[in-house]
Design a protein around this ligand. Structure first.
Ligand code: 6GU
Length: 274
């Protein structure tokens, strides 16, 4: 996979040389290049921003440096395959980035990240870019960062770790949070007693069936407590009886293949406490 990142703070992307992503680059699994947007300015002040038409606070990133930068990173790629590179524009106004999207993007040949700063990039760049890229404005979540760089670090790590050969043990990608629409179960290691706290005894039982069932139930318990929104989306169509019982104990019934929080006793319409 090839990844290009365009930013006015290329040093912000330095962590991409470290750890798993740094190793993937060294191993030739990932061709990652960071570009300074200011290298694509033509005025002597190397200016990348200007005041917004219509007024308002802050500054807007100018169109032309972006067009030159994006043309440069797309150059020679458009006819390499018939697929357009994907242009990811990190923005709190984007589509929510999820594990499912990380899997989807891990299949692409080339990703380009356009890191905006200030109040954003002149919208005409986004329209123009549709001719050369599949454009995907993307957000990490409902909060505001100062620019796209930190979001690029997060998204790149989520995507690159899914590339074949990057994570040493591919099994570890299977049993992790969000891979099956649930949060991960809690984990423990030695010693079995630590500061008077015991590891759940089932984990020391050697009974792999019981351990798997306990872990599954812990996933439901955690997800119900921390992320009930995920349970509303969960496909409960073909659950074994033991799973339905565990969910029933948490106050969830299966209705038409979906989980439904059971109304509280007394019929006052208030849902049961999770
Ligand atoms: Cl992708 N960018 C910015 N600037 N802020 C964000 C974000 C992205 N995701 C959440 N907040």
């Amino acid at each position: 996979m090839r990844i290009d990142v365009v930013s006015i703070f290329p040093e912000y992307l330095a962590p991409l040389e470290l750890s798993l992503i740094g190793k993937a680059r060294q191993d030739g699994l990932l061709d990652l290049n960071v570009h300074d947007l200011r290298d694509f300015t033509t005025d002597k002040h190397r200016s990348v921003d200007d005041t917004p038409y219509g007024g308002g606070a802050g500054m807007v990133m100018k169109a032309e440096p972006w067009a030159l930068a994006l043309s440069s990173v797309a150059a020679g790629r458009e006819d390499a395959t018939d697929r357009k590179p994907v242009l990811i524009v990190p923005s709190p106004a984007g589509e929510r980035f999820t594990q499912a999207l990380a899997h989807e993007l891990a299949e692409e040949d080339q990703l380009v990240f356009a890191c905006g700063r200030y109040e954003g990039i002149d919208e005409r760049v986004i329209e123009w870019a549709e001719e050369h890229f599949t454009v995907r404005p993307m957000s990490l979540g409902d909060y505001v960062l100062n620019g796209g760089e930190v979001a690029v670090l997060a998204m790149t790590e989520a995507i690159v770790r899914l590339l074949p050969g990057v994570v040493g043990n591919p099994e570890s990608l299977i049993e992790e949070s969000h891979s099956d629409g649930l949060l991960e179960y809690p984990v423990y290691t030695k010693p079995s007693t630590w500061r008077d706290r015991e590891v759940p005894p089932v984990l020391l039982s050697g009974n792999h069936g019981k351990i798997a069932q306990w872990r599954r139930h812990e996933q439901y318990r955690r997800t119900a407590e921390r992320r009930p929104d995920l349970l509303a989306e969960f496909d409960a169509g073909k659950l074994p009886r033991a799973d339905r019982t565990a969910l029933g104990d948490l106050g969830y019934d299966v209705v038409d293949g979906h989980l439904r929080l059971r109304p509280a006793e007394g019929g006052n319409g208030t849902p049961a406490e999770g």
